[in-house]
Design a protein around this ligand. Structure first.
Ligand code: SAM
Length: 195
């Protein structure tokens, strides 16, 4: 009897073995190795953070003293006593107040692995992903430090090129990256932008 797909997946097995909550951690690991976005002591906001593998990975790099907030509309099991978890839909305006309530003025890095529930219709999924990306960029306007970086997941589609042009006006450096750990058929990409 064949195993379900995700049990055969090498990244899934490796994540489980290493104690990470999701295989997504290997995408962030590839991004980190190539673009070096996270450093010891940086304050980080992780959007679309459930179940929490990016939070686990980030905490190990930034150290125990740095501030780390994870946001998701789904529940995130507590990580350590210092990591703040906020359960909210990022499209809800309330998120700004909920972040501000923690007295962290600016973040050195804003990560977003937020992804809509996929419908299987590529255009619908693309536009849902773009809505999340636009929201994350609005949050970077408020919360990203002057020399900060953002990592953003996006599902490719008709508005992608226009979005990159928009980002290039806002950020000094904009890179597009497809990690090996992204499943073959997936049309997701990551944008790594630095102010
Ligand atoms: C691929 S998962 C993130 C995995 C995570 N980076 C990790 O390492 O565990 C995408 C997440 O985006 C979240 N998400 C999607 N739309 C959202 C929204 N509008 N507000 C908050 N979270 C959202 C989903 O709930 C889901 O947990």
């Amino acid at each position: 009897m064949p195993k379900p797909f995700n049990l055969q997946d090498k990244y899934f097995k490796k994540a489980k073995k290493l104690g990470y909550r999701a295989r997504s951690v290997f995408k962030l690991d590839e991004i980190q190795k190539k673009f070096n976005v996270l450093e010891l002591g940086m304050n980080v906001l992780d959007i679309g953070a459930s179940p929490g593998s990016w939070l686990q990975y980030t905490r190990a790099i930034i150290g125990a003293q740095a501030k780390l907030i994870g946001v998701d509309r789904e529940k995130i099991e507590p990580l350590d006593k210092d990591t703040i978890i906020i359960q909210v839909d990022i499209l809800d305006e309330e998120i700004e107040k909920l972040i501000k309530d923690n007295q962290i003025d600016k973040f050195d890095v804003i990560l977003s692995d937020a992804a809509p529930n996929t419908s299987g219709v590529r255009d619908i999924d693309h536009f849902a992903s773009m809505a999340l990306c636009q929201r994350v960029i609005k949050l970077t306007d408020i919360f990203l430090a002057t020399r900060g970086s953002v990592v953003l997941k996006v599902f490719q589609g008709s508005d992608f090129a226009k979005f990159i042009v928009f980002l290039k006006k806002k950020f000094k450096q904009v890179n597009i990256f497809k990690p090996q750990a992204t499943r073959g058929r997936s049309f997701e990409l990551y944008i790594i932008a630095k102010k």
